[in-house]
Design a protein. Structure first.
Ligand SMILES: O=C(O)CCC(=O)C(=O)O
Ligand SMILES: [Fe+2]
Length: 192
């Protein structure tokens, strides 16, 4: 498990670095975002969640995981077993994402959505229980920034079009608390 977390941390850092570079964020700013130890608690703040969805005789009556966006910068997801994960696409509705052997899914989280001023939107997803007898598992590695920093929308300083921040600056810990209070709907609460 420790080795898995180490690998995911490395992969998450590579993915986030590429996106931050694309957005034009400086190395100094990147270092703040990618610091993996929370000073206030003195240990890493990244989290690995192990999800377990037992079979249900009446799947229409239950929900595996209610619709939500992840709070992280990004989440690296490994699905074990059968179907169930669905993402919401505007104009289409819920689309299933079947597990593919040797494939990981990378979800963009709200904190990258805010930081990129909506250019990398967080994705609404949920897990449905399927009508079969298999137990479903997944491993979700949440690549989070340190809790004490503030995340602000990054607007390109030099651009052909005017740039306006869509969200107010927010402290990471504060944003987690907002999401908990607003039952998962954090972005509308900080929209300018
Ligand atoms: O089980 C899955 O496929 C998704 C899990 C998930 O979305 C989460 O843990 O946030
Ligand atoms: Fe999720």
């Amino acid at each position: 498990m420790e080795e898995y977390q180490r690998e995911m941390k490395g992969l998450g850092e590579r993915i986030i670095r590429l996106i931050l570079k694309f957005l034009g964020i400086s190395e100094e700013e990147m270092m703040k975002l990618l610091t993996s130890t929370d000073e206030s608690i003195g240990k890493p703040h990244m989290a690995l969640r192990l999800n377990s969805y037992p079979p249900c005789p009446d799947p229409g009556q239950v929900m595996g995981l209610a619709a939500h966006t992840d709070t992280s910068l990004c989440t690296i997801l490994h699905q074990v077993g059968n179907n169930g994960l669905q993402i919401f696409k505007d104009g289409t509705g819920w689309v299933p994402l079947s597990p593919m052997s040797g494939t990981l899914i990378v979800n963009i989280g709200d904190l990258l959505h805010i930081l990129s001023n909506g250019r990398f939107p967080s994705i609404l997803h949920r897990v449905m229980i399927q009508e079969n007898k298999e137990h479903r598992f997944s491993l979700a590695y949440f690549y989070d920034p340190p809790g004490e920093i503030y995340i602000s929308p990054y607007c390109k300083p030099l651009s052909d079009t005017p740039q306006f921040p869509l969200y107010r600056s927010v402290n990471v810990k504060e944003y987690f608390a907002i999401k908990a209070k607003k039952t998962g709907k954090g972005l509308p609460a900080i929209k300018i």
